[in-house]
Design a protein around this ligand. Structure first.
Ligand code: AMP
Ligand code: ZN
Length: 118
């Protein structure tokens, strides 16, 4: 059994502010939000990152993206939101259980990344 932090949240061993769960996926608020609404959707099965996926994960990953809009609307994000999947060292991934961030709020979020000076 994995002692990964998000696996433990999925199993209810670590408390979280749960938004939704079904047999395949689990959604909960980020503990350190960077937008007025910031939650994550994860597959219940442990998969480290997008660099580790294989065809066995296809259904859960599709399910996450299909649920994103409904769950975002449930949090009041009726005019759009941002989805982020940080992957690996370059992607600045901190927790190695694949997760999709959903971010939004009443105001537009601004550009995706700051442009570097040329
Ligand atoms: P990432 O950098 O994409 O790996 O994002 C990991 C996210 O997990 C960060 O935004 C953290 O604030 C969040 N996080 C870490 N531990 C917890 C926790 N126990 N409950 C909820 N969110 C968490
Ligand atoms: Zn895990």
């Amino acid at each position: 059994m994995s002692d990964c932090i998000f696996c433990r949240i999925v199993r209810g061993e670590i408390p979280s502010k749960k938004i939704y769960e079904d047999e395949e996926i689990f959604a909960f608020h980020d503990i350190n939000p960077i937008a007025p609404v910031h939650f994550m959707i994860v597959p219940k099965v442990h998969v480290g990152s997008l660099m580790d996926v294989d065809p066995s994960h296809q259904k859960a990953l599709g399910h996450i993206l299909l649920k994103a809009n409904e769950l975002a609307r449930g949090q009041g994000l009726n005019e759009g939101f941002r989805t982020i999947i940080n992957t690996g060292r370059i992607g600045h991934q901190e927790v190695y259980h694949l997760h999709v961030h959903i971010l939004g709020g009443p105001e537009p979020l601004g550009s995706m990344l700051k442009r570097r000076a040329p």
